[in-house]
Write a protein that binds this ligand. Structure first.
Ligand code: IPE
Ligand code: IPE
Ligand code: MG
Ligand code: MG
Length: 345
């Protein structure tokens, strides 16, 4: 795991012990019978993810814990492990849906073991996450994470249905934005929010306080996905460890494209050129079309506006945790929010 910003490195030092406990919990998952399934699960859990969701869950737990002697209870460690298991399961499934062969700089599970094994590996992790939750005996936590799974399915399907080629009339309509934010919450932010909520529940916070923690997770998660959608156009494959321009190749119309299509800076001719280049890329790899899309997005300021969109979400995330007393953990949550806007991997 390597997050480059120095502030974020400090966070990992702050959390060295509980994160190690989360890793042990992940490695202790009951092994599947089949060697291929076991390899799929093990490789996907230990291939160098950023551990962002468990990190946020642990920080929220310790920032809002009254017992300074035990800020990372067994239940908090397990809840943090569950967020990573669900996350990794969604990556296994997502790479099948997106037909993607590169993740974390390595071949995806579907590329090594095939789509069927990748889907079953994801299912296995979701099942083991449910076992962990059941053992905690906290029905609210079971319900929180069950809703995340429903959100994930809803988000992926909404994304599929909003994908290219939609009828032209829809491209400029308001409902595209509603759909974009709904699917972004469902496929990504719901899990961030659930990690924060479970930390509040485990610390027996008031309902109003728990809503504050959830709001941080929701806004941070939405910003994280908006930035991911931006990085698809602005980062390199080496930086991200996954393919770039994958979204437009899969016909996905995310914030950068939505902003470009409604931009006053784009002439009707450039708008047409953008659609044509998207069509070309949708049919298969094409360096010229990819460069044209990148230039058009840059020229009409859509990339900068996408960053602004994420920045507004980050401001809301920061506002949501103002009520938490000052502590190194609260500062770490603030630093993580800034990191989301700066990350290149
Ligand atoms: C990737 O998430 C999937 C998205 C929600 C965009 P991360 O970037 O947190 O994935 P890893 O675990 O660090 O590889
Ligand atoms: C996020 O969507 C994946 C899930 C949360 C399931 P993306 O498709 O943008 O994620 P990457 O870019 O493949 O990591
Ligand atoms: Mg994907
Ligand atoms: Mg992406």
């Amino acid at each position: 795991m390597s997050l480059l910003s120095p502030n974020v490195q400090d966070i990992f030092e702050l959390l060295a012990d509980p994160l190690q406990a989360v890793k042990c919990s992940l490695l202790a998952v009951a092994p599947p019978h089949s060697q291929d399934l076991a390899d799929t699960v093990r490789q996907s859990l230990s291939s160098g993810g950023k551990y962002l969701r468990p990190t946020i869950t642990l920080l929220m737990g310790s920032a809002t814990c009254n017992d300074r002697r035990e800020p990372h209870s067994h239940a908090l460690i397990e809840a943090a492990a569950v967020t990573e298991m669900i996350h990794v399961a969604t990556l296994l499934h997502d790479d099948v849906i997106d037909q993607s062969d590169l993740r974390r700089g390595q071949k995806t599970a579907r590329a090594v073991w095939g789509n069927k094994m990748a889907v079953l590996g994801g299912d296995y992790l979701l099942a083991q996450a449910s076992v962990k939750l059941a053992k905690l005996g906290n029905t609210r936590l079971v319900s929180i994470f069950a809703w995340v799974l429903s959100d994930l399915c809803n988000g992926e399907v909404e994304q599929m249905q909003a994908s290219y080629p939609p009828p032209n009339a829809l491209w400029e309509s308001e409902s595209q934005w509603e759909s974009y934010f709904r699917k972004t919450f469902c496929k990504t932010a719901s899990l961030f929010s659930a990690g924060c909520e479970s930390a509040g529940v485990l610390n027996s916070l008031t309902e109003a306080e728990i809503q504050g923690l959830k709001a941080y997770g929701r806004h941070l998660g939405i910003a994280f996905q908006i930035m991911d959608d931006l990085l698809d156009y602005t980062a390199t494959e080496e930086e991200l460890g996954k393919p770039v321009l994958g979204d437009v190749r899969n016909g996905l119309i995310n914030a950068p494209i939505l902003l470009a299509l409604e931009s006053d800076h784009l002439t009707p001719a450039s708008r047409l050129a953008l659609r044509k280049a998207m069509q070309t890329l949708f049919k298969g790899p094409d360096v010229k079309a990819a460069e044209e899309i990148q230039t058009l997005l840059l020229d009409c300021n859509a990339l900068e506006e996408t960053r602004q969109l994420a920045r507004r979400q980050i401001q809301s995330a920061l506002d949501s945790i103002n009520f938490i007393p000052d502590s190194p953990e609260r500062s770490a949550l603030q630093a993580l929010a800034h990191y989301v806007l700066e990350r290149r991997q």
